[in-house]
Write a protein that binds this ligand. Structure first.
Ligand SMILES: [Zn+2]
Length: 322
């Protein structure tokens, strides 16, 4: 079929099936709700890839939705969950990255709602246009799921590097934070200080056994960023990950320790003069192969090459004194 990579993919398409996803809301207190697939509670720790997680925050006067989701069907499920909870209007829609499964549903959000995104994410989408991104998502999530219908609706409020935007929903604030690159250069976290709830997006996909998807060519920054965020979060914070059930900061540790171990091993491999293939053979990291079906593909074909190339480039620039 046109526009898909079906047949050449190392993963089964769709990674998760938007047609069968049923989203539900989970009350985190203080007017904050997570929105997660009804399978997430059981399947996250089994390693089954889950639909995008998000949520909404109900303030005194208005509502903020976090993540508009990938397909019209999923976006409408979010709108229905909000409507079942409150009659207050949605005035803000926050998205966490430039990944289509987090923002494609923007165009179905209320017209007078303001869309929030990182300026690097908005710039990235403007540069590529929406159609290649729809095609790419169909490669992961298949055709005929509604991605074809998506119309691009750009963000209204942009947050820059190191930026912080405080949104007041009527006696209830949500902080929109650039805390550094976790996966993409345009990651935003949404932090509700009252409920102590954080919405992470793909910077933190979910707890064990999932591992990071280092598709943006950097490993060290995500390792540092996620460790910093982990240390900053209070012990009783709830974290809504990019894909999976709600967890706490301990739930981030497997993901972070994988990154830190990967960075340490690939650095030492470069120092020892190992080739990429030797590095793969030397560092299979079986202690992190804990039942995630995408582990082999991600670890050997995506993450080791990413971290190795980054370490090799850093070593080369040190040698040339630049
Ligand atoms: Zn995602």
């Amino acid at each position: 079929m046109p526009g898909t990579d079906k047949g050449n993919t190392p993963w089964p398409v769709p990674i998760w099936d938007a047609d069968t996803v049923r989203l539900m809301s989970q009350d985190l207190g203080e007017g904050v709700f997570a929105v997660v697939a009804d399978t997430a509670d059981v399947q996250t720790t089994e390693g089954v890839p889950q639909a995008t997680s998000g949520g909404f925050v109900v303030g005194g006067e208005a509502v903020m939705v976090i993540e508009s989701m990938m397909t019209p069907g999923l976006a409408r499920q979010v709108l229905d969950l909000v409507a079942a909870t409150t009659g207050k209007p949605i005035r803000y829609v926050g998205v966490t990255s430039d990944h289509g499964d987090h923002f494609f549903g923007n165009y179905l959000m209320p017209e007078d709602a303001r869309i929030i995104q990182h300026e690097n994410a908005a710039r990235g989408i403007a540069e590529t246009g929406i159609e290649p991104r729809k095609k790419a998502q169909m490669g992961w999530f298949d055709v005929g799921k509604g991605i074809e219908e998506v119309e691009y609706r750009p963000a209204d409020l942009l947050v820059g590097e190191g930026g912080r935007l405080v949104v007041d929903l009527g006696g209830h604030v949500v902080e929109v934070l650039d805390l550094g690159q976790g996966q993409t250069p345009g990651d935003l976290w949404y932090w509700d200080p009252k409920a102590k709830a954080a919405f992470a997006g793909n910077a933190f996909i979910c707890e064990r056994p999932a591992i990071p998807w280092l598709l943006d060519g950097v490993a060290e920054k995500p390792a540092q960023t996620l460790r910093k965020i982990h240390d900053w979060l209070p012990d009783d914070a709830r974290i809504v990950p990019g894909h999976g059930r709600v967890t706490d900061k301990n739930g981030m540790l497997f993901f972070i320790e994988y990154l830190e171990t990967l960075v340490a091993h690939t650095r030492s491999a470069v120092e020892q003069g190992l080739t990429l293939d030797q590095t793969k053979a030397e560092f299979p990291m079986p202690e992190f192969d804990a039942g995630y079906p995408l582990f082999n593909w991600l670890h050997f074909d995506v993450n080791i090459p990413c971290a190795y190339n980054e370490a090799a480039a850093a070593a080369a620039s040190r040698r040339s004194g630049t």
